[in-house]
Design a protein around this ligand. Structure first.
Ligand code: MG
Length: 428
């Protein structure tokens, strides 16, 4: 295995009562999990999800493909284990977690993930996110509806579209890369990536030779940015061409207080100064004084929009833990133009934000339906699952061109998420 140094830390932040993040820092396996579910459930979910990954540590694989498959299988395992726990224990119902994991195998690095905990790679001084967020805002970016800059401050940015433990099936993103000397891999929860800009994170990695100091600095910066969420960072640093330099002695106390032995590094896309960025961001809309007259509604993340996010969360889940919710688990039957269609998500928009996306179009048009059913479908009829939605469509087909429109109209339930039977969890 290629020589490496690793550091990891997790912090509750400044707002949350408990820490629902967990991490694994092993010999060859590293992972971050960000749980949701309220009370202790989120913590249980994130810790449980890490167990199959810890079991991978120390295993030997015949080749890279086998290693990648094993990593993916461990995440599939984690999903089943968390889902089973959630099914059996009423107090854990509805819990889930993100999971982002990396495994070193020889000179290769295998990465697999579900949710929005990120993997970043710093290579040849270029810092880039190598995971893809499974979030509503990423979906909107892919659809060309919003820009990455808008997504970074979007009030619904914590809505994830995939998570471990909420369904027996799971879609895992997995890939491998060849390690190059000097590569650095950072795994982190959104308590870091959602608060500290990428360019600032990159500078911290460049500025600290000691991975422990880098991790501590990242956590301190997230807290300086308000610490709105639990913060977790796992840093994996591979030996440069000429090997690791010995770690410097810990800085003197007064030196540490003034920012340590920081080199001044000026780079494009960054002001080369990790201090003072929080105030700058605050002026851009992250602070309590933000209003819609500063840069337009899409940039404003003041209390008004936080309130809107809470309303969305309530709509979606009847109380979603940590403001997160899985839009992808909700379905409804609605219309696309004149055609009956199945959507993922919930009907309606919040400002420019659509909370749904088209899953399937049908061959049925609304004008084939009796009036009361047509109205019902235009409003959106909630479905418990994709199959349920397809059944609703089949029933609509049977009722289409019905000569006796609705002697006893079907009750028109307002759209509710598929998980409305879950107990209400306390938003935190
Ligand atoms: Mg989080």
């Amino acid at each position: 295995m290629i020589e490496h140094r690793a550091a990891a830390a997790s912090d509750v932040g400044r707002v949350r009562a408990g820490n629902e993040d967990s991490f694994h820092r092993g010999d060859a396996v590293f992972a971050v999990a960000d749980g949701m579910g309220g009370h202790v459930a989120g913590e249980i979910a994130s810790r449980t999800a890490l167990e199959p990954l810890a079991d991978l540590d120390g295993k030997v694989f015949p080749d890279g493909q086998a290693a990648l498959d094993a990593l993916r299988d461990a995440i599939v395992d984690a999903n089943l284990t968390v889902a089973e726990k959630a099914r059996l224990e009423p107090e854990y119902r509805g819990m889930g977690t993100t999971l982002t994991a990396a495994m070193i195998e020889g000179r290769r690095l295998h990465v697999a993930h579900v949710g929005d905990s990120r993997a970043y790679l710093l290579r040849h001084d270029e810092f880039a996110q190598i995971s893809t967020d499974h979030t509503l805002v990423q979906h909107l970016i892919d659809e060309g509806q919003i820009t990455p800059e808008e997504a970074a401050v979007h009030p619904q940015r914590s809505i994830i579209t995939r998570a471990i433990g909420v369904s027996p099936e799971i879609d895992v993103d997995a890939f491998s890369l060849d390690i190059e000397p000097g590569d650095e891999l950072l795994l982190c929860s959104d308590g870091l990536s959602g608060v500290v800009p990428d360019a600032v994170i990159a500078d911290v990695l460049r500025e600290h030779d000691d991975p422990n100091q880098a991790v501590q600095r990242l956590i301190a910066l997230a807290n300086e940015g308000g610490g709105p969420d639990n913060i977790t960072a796992v840093l994996l640093r591979f030996a440069p061409e000429d090997g690791f330099a010995p770690l410097p002695a810990p800085p003197q106390r007064d030196e540490a207080a003034s920012g340590g032995r920081r080199r001044t590094v000026i780079r494009s896309g960054s002001d080369g100064d990790t201090d003072g960025w929080a105030e700058k961001l605050g002026r851009l809309g992250a602070g309590p004084a933000a209003t819609e007259d500063e840069g337009g509604p899409s940039r404003a993340t003041g209390r008004r929009f936080i309130a809107a996010a809470v309303v969305v969360a309530a709509l979606l889940a009847g109380g979603a833990a940590g403001g997160r919710w899985l839009l992808s688990r909700s379905f409804y039957v609605g219309v696309d133009g004149d055609v009956v269609a199945i959507y993922r998500g919930i009907p309606g928009n919040i400002g420019p934000l659509e909370l749904h996306w088209l899953e399937e179009r049908t061959f049925l048009t609304v004008d084939q339906l009796p009036a009361f059913l047509a109205d019902d479908v235009r409003d959106g009829r909630a479905a418990a699952s994709l199959n349920d939605a397809r059944n609703i469509v089949r029933n609509l087909q049977v009722r289409s061109n019905d000569p006796e429109p609705g002697a006893t109209p079907t009750p028109t339930a307002r759209p509710t998420p598929s998980t409305s039977s879950s107990p209400t969890t306390t938003p935190s």
